[in-house]
Design a protein around this ligand. Sequence first.
Ligand code: ZN
Length: 159
Amino acid sequence: MLIAKDSVVSLEYTLRSDAGETLDSSAGEGPLVYLHGYENIVPGLERQLAGKQKGDALQVSVSPEEGYGPRDPRKTMEVPRSQLPPGAPQVGMMLRGQSQAGDIISLWITAVGPDSVTVDGNHPMAGRTLHFDVTVLDVRVATDEERAHGHVHGPGGHH
Ligand code: ZN
């Protein structure tokens, strides 16, 4: 069975930077299971997995445009510590905020000062080329319910 829209795909993967540094891996958490064709993974990886099958191993490089997007330097700002949720802020922490348009946005703390922190609305992997080593462990047809929800149920999935 070839990977196509409405396939449920199980993957092992390692994600590396241009410098070869490991940024993320399924090794600790177990395989990634996702529903293909619903933008559940970065577009460049999803596109290059189409047509692959169980047992295939591939190396995929994904440009920022097909990954987490380019970096926008205007998305960085200072926030007084008094406006932060309780608890000690740390570099790398993600906060939920609201944009001026009312959308829920994610912000990552990039620096902590005595009175304020610097937050960045860019995803930490924005602007990076992503290098994946991927092995396809399994491919199956999604259930009607999974297709309706746009995500996988059962082991590795939601609910
Ligand atoms: Zn569901």
